[in-house]
Design a protein around this ligand. Structure first.
Ligand code: GLU
Length: 475
């Protein structure tokens, strides 16, 4: 469903500048990656700039390691930025200067209310069934006597939110939104320790970085009225806002760690391909007709800020696998090899000669959705297998054991190529009066550890002769 946004998405002559502003308190979340993709594609589509900003004002929870992870994930996805990374904690002077200006203009004020005092205030509001809003006790008004400044309390700075009127904007995703000013309070813009709050720093940055379009998760919709009022107080032009609905897990709840992997890194680790992740993420909340598979270039060509969905997108692991399998099949030899080697290395397996690994990849890749699945197959070649008891009981029966011995003998001397292996299998079947479906599953279980594989001769060929013979001897 496309948004009922009426105004043009780009004003005439406007320079498009977007940003992604992750907080480095963990890995790059899939939701943030999707927002980054939208911001990036929109900037690229309009030949604008894409800025990477690190919102690290939550000093206690921010970490260098998380910054590194975020940068690595952005690189992996190929979401290249034109400016940044810009760190908010390196811009404290700037926020202090802007706050000083607001103070001087009587658009902000010091508040000395202690946390305990504010808690008492909120308790009273709750008891009276009122909304918990700061009551303006330190807000200067003409003719109003402020409380005496208490000793030993470092004040916060609060924004003087307009008392009346409404805030409205035409959201690129949600359409027109209106909030009455009496429903929001005078928010803290600078904490007692001098560090700005999110809502203040984000506006100062979006102004300074001349951001034209803000794409972000719709958990921020409630912050936007405050931010719009701060833009106005600073006399700064307002960017357009696009609040993208959350991604739901396949259980209908917000996608969260408890219900599976939510970081980009986790998918890289599982051997998903960046182009598949991008393609899949793009379709979470955006569409271009019925197109499901499209390239990065196509997305840039199509992503003009329209056709963003108002309803939450549903994370669908099966579809992600389907998209990934598509790109895995199309992968060139160099990347296929790199993927396989990296996935094997994660399991502590060092793959030998590259040509052999590549040949094996080609045999198995069409059966795989991910690099991890590919490594499951390759692991049987370069590591060991442990056939399940059930498979052994079902397939490696007395009826086929003599044939397995014959095949093992024949494979000792035949040239090690697909045609000769096929001939050896055929001779074995004839000699024992067996059919392929009787013998093949037994060989598969013993050699590959599973009863279903691609064509048996092609599979055996990518194993070492002696590996095959040793495993057939385990009958
Ligand atoms: N640091 C905020 C977040 O990660 C950024 C929100 C925004 O884009 O304004 O949610």
């Amino acid at each position: 469903m496309s948004a009922p946004h009426a105004a043009p998405i780009i004003a005439a002559g406007q320079r498009v500048r977007t940003r992604i502003a992750p907080s480095p308190t963990g890995f790059l979340h899939l939701g943030t990656a999707r927002t980054a993709l939208f911001s990036w594609a929109f900037a690229r589509h309009h030949r604008g700039e894409f800025v990477l900003r690190i919102e690290d004002t939550d000093v206690a929870r921010s970490s260098e390691a998380s910054v590194e992870q975020i940068l690595a994930s952005m690189r992996w996805l190929g979401l290249d930025h034109d400016e940044g990374p810009i760190f908010q904690m390196q811009r404290l002077e700037r926020y202090t200067a802007v706050a000083a200006r607001l103070l001087a203009d009587n658009k902000a004020y010091y508040c000395y209310a202690t946390p305990a005092e504010l808690e008492t205030m909120r308790e009273g509001q709750r008891a009276r069934g009122e909304k918990a809003l700061y009551d303006g006790r330190w807000r200067p008004e003409p003719g109003k006597a402020l409380p005496p400044i208490p000793e030993g309390v470092s004040p916060v700075i609060r924004f003087r939110n307009p008392a009346a009127g409404v805030v409205n904007w035409d959201d690129l995703v949600k359409g027109p939104i209106t909030i009455a000013n009496h429903e929001i309070d005078d928010l803290v813009i600078v904490r007692a320790d001098g560090v700005p709050t999110y809502n203040f720093a984000v506006v100062v940055d979006d102004v300074d970085m001349r951001i034209s379009h803000v794409f972000r998760g719709d958990e921020h919709v409630n912050n936007t009225p405050w931010q719009i009022n701060i833009f106005a107080a600073l006399g700064a032009p307002l960017p357009a806002f696009a609040h993208v609905p959350i991604i739901l897990g396949d259980d209908g709840h917000k996608l969260s760690k408890r219900r599976g992997a939510v970081s980009v890194t986790a998918y890289e680790d599982m051997g998903y391909l960046p182009e598949a992740m991008l393609n899949y993420l793009a379709r979470l909340g955006w569409s271009h007709g019925d197109d499901e598979i499209f390239s990065r270039e196509q997305m840039v060509a199509w992503f003009d800020g329209s056709h963003l969905s108002k309803s939450p997108a549903q994370w669908d692991p099966v579809k992600l696998d389907w998209v990934n399998a598509h790109y895995l099949r199309a992968l060139d030899a160099r990347r296929l090899l790199a993927l396989a080697t990296a996935q094997l290395a994660r399991r502590g397996i060092v793959a030998p000669a590259t040509d052999a690994v590549l040949r094996a990849c080609v045999v198995f890749k069409d059966r795989c959705s991910t690099g991890a699945e590919l490594a499951d197959w390759l692991g049987a070649i370069y590591g060991d297998v442990a056939p399940g008891a059930e498979d052994l009981a079902l397939h490696v029966t007395d009826a086929v054991r003599p044939a397995l011995a014959t095949l093992r003998d024949k494979l000792a001397t035949v040239p090690w190529d697909k045609a000769s292996i096929a001939a050896a299998i055929k001779e074995t079947l004839v000699a024992h009066g067996l059919k392929m479906p009787q013998l093949a599953p037994a060989v598969r279980v013993l050699v590959c550890g599973r009863a279903q594989t691609p064509s048996l001769d092609a599979v055996l060929e990518v194993f070492e002769r002696e590996t095959v013979r040793a495993r057939l001897a385990r009958r």
